[in-house]
Design a protein around this ligand. Structure first.
Ligand code: NAP
Ligand code: MG
Length: 495
């Protein structure tokens, strides 16, 4: 605590349970949620959950801000406010990254670079779209108006008040992913972050206000998913839900949204494949495979947790991978040298470990890791399980921990493709080869929202990201990421 910046220390003393209509306020729910430091298991902070009437107040504030000038604000002014917001994120990135590393144990080197460089760039990118949201003019109505004295055009309008429900991994980036396209479109928001990572959300909302984004455009309610999240997703004052989280909760969101047929976009789980062909440059591919699986201790949706390696290079690949896994620096998230932080909770660690034990019982061969370490914190070592196959749960299910399932393939590419496409997920994936024909054949065959060639999961603001199959509905990032926040109006004129 003593090493924190003064801003962070002050912030931790404040009550940060609600942010409504541009003001912090105290929640009135019954329950208290503790925030735990995953690096040592110690209590950091307690937060009162929002009540239903707190959520009602946030939705009302968002509606009022939407209708009183925000939805009709001119593009130059809107983009200007977003650019100032991006500048403030950059300016406050030290405190924001300290808070993020404290609440969800993201290694500080990663939270600093994500927040300072990536989050600010993402908001700037969407600020650039504001004056390019434009419709079409559409010619021709020959049967209705043969004289052709007829014009049709389309215009985009903001979809309205958005409920954004976000997960605990990379909490600042998760908020920013919603804020970029929502603000650019002219929507207002009620955001519910994961209950276990509430610290950064109000900080970000206050920066938006400081940038000049009107009070009520960004509101934060905190509390548990089953209560606060469920109430918000069923709320008839909400026009759209943008959800990031697990596939199981995504399905509940869809059901909750039916009352007033809210628009829904979903960014859900994944089980991304990483395929190494024998002609790949192994010096690049093997460290990238380790990074793609172990980044954020495997607690990210695009994690490559299935490695497909050709039988002719299997021995060499697993030897290097094992060395990399065993050399990774794990430790306190606030230590700049740390590469791997702990898992988010003891519950998560137990779930990850149970999946590893089950994989070994089913015939998987543990190459390294797979043991719960002694000592405080919820650490779990980078774990490699060889000899896995398509029928095993470890190959089919999301683990959300640093666990890589390794499967060997031969020369039957069709069988490889069938295996790759066998899971319920389709978020990301990558193929590693110098043969462009082989790479492009795999790109066509893999059923996922993103496929990398000699790179895995490009989180670039302009590049669409999202899932096929049960990995989601819709896309975030890029122009495609803007569309779910807009509705199109067709205007027809007889003259
Ligand atoms: P989660 O349990 O699905 O929770 C996500 C959010 O939904 C949290 O804010 C949670 O609140 C809330 N929630 C839970 N139950 C709800 C309900 N019945 N109604 C409304 N909201 C509810 O996911 P998580 O464990 O936080 O995050 C991990 C999952 O997110 C993984 O599956 C991962 O793959 C996925 N993810 C996907 C992406 C992507 O872009 N595709 C990115 C990151 C993560 P509480 O936690 O406060 O209960
Ligand atoms: Mg949860």
């Amino acid at each position: 605590m003593n090493n924190f910046s003064e801003t962070t220390k002050q912030y931790l003393k404040s009550d940060s349970s609600l942010f409504i209509d541009g003001k912090r306020c105290t929640a009135t729910g019954e329950e208290i949620t503790p925030v735990i430091n995953a690096c040592n298991g110690k209590h950091i902070y307690s937060l009162r959950d929002a009540s239903n009437s707190d959520v009602d107040a946030a939705v009302a504030a968002a509606r009022s801000a939407f209708n009183s000038g925000w939805k009709t604000m001119g593009p130059e002014q809107r983009a200007g406010l977003m650019l100032e917001f991006a500048r403030l994120i950059d300016e406050h990135s030290e405190a924001l990254s300290e808070l993020e590393s404290l609440e969800c144990a993201t290694p500080i080197s990663i939270s600093v670079s994500t927040i300072r460089y990536w989050c600010a760039a993402f908001i700037r990118y969407y600020a650039g779209w504001v004056d390019k949201i434009q419709g079409d003019t559409i010619p021709g109505a020959p049967f209705l108006y043969p004289d052709n004295q007829f014009l049709a055009y389309t215009k985009y309008e903001p979809v309205g008040v958005v409920a954004a429900i976000t997960p605990w991994n990379a909490p600042v980036a998760m908020l920013i992913l919603k804020l970029g396209p929502a603000l650019a479109s002219g929507c207002s928001l009620v955001i519910k972050p994961a209950e276990i990572t509430p610290l950064t959300a109000i900080y970000v909302a206050e920066l938006a206000l400081k940038a000049g984004i009107p009070a009520g455009v960004v509101n934060i309610v905190q509390g548990k998913g089953e209560t606060v999240g469920q109430y918000l997703s069923g709320h008839t004052g909400i026009d759209k839900i943008s959800f990031t989280g697990s596939t199981a909760v995504g399905k509940r969101i869809v059901i909750a949204a039916t009352g007033n047929l809210k628009k829904v976009s979903l960014e859900l789980g994944g089980k991304s494949p990483f395929v190494i062909f024998p002609d790949a440059n192994l010096e690049d591919a093997v460290p990238a495979a380790a990074m793609a699986c172990f980044f954020l201790s495997g607690q990210n949706c695009m994690a490559a947790t299935r490695l497909y390696v050709h039988e002719s290079i299997h021995g060499e690949v697993i030897k290097v991978l094992t060395n990399i896994a065993e050399a990774m620096e794990s430790g306190d998230a606030l230590n700049p040298k740390t590469q791997l932080g702990p898992l988010i909770s003891e519950k998560q660690r137990q779930q990850v470990h149970a999946k590893v034990e089950k994989a070994v019982e089913a015939g998987g061969v543990l190459l390294t890791g797979g043991k719960i370490p002694e000592g405080p914190g919820f650490y779990y070592p980078p774990t490699l399980i060889d000899n896995t196959e398509v029928s095993m749960d470890i190959v089919q299910q999301e683990v959300f921990g640093p666990v890589l399932a390794i499967t060997t393939f031969g020369d039957d590419i069709e069988a490889l493709i069938t295996d790759i496409n066998s899971t319920i997920y389709g978020l990301s994936g990558s193929v590693w080869t110098k043969d462009i024909n082989k790479a492009l054949k795999m790109v066509d065959a893999i059923d996922s929202g993103q496929v990398g060639i000699n790179s895995h999961a490009a989180l670039i603001p302009g590049v669409p990201f999202g899932g096929n199959k049960q990995s989601g509905w819709g896309r975030e990032f890029g122009y495609e990421g803007l569309l779910p926040y807009l509705k199109i109006k067709a205007v027809t004129i007889k003259y």
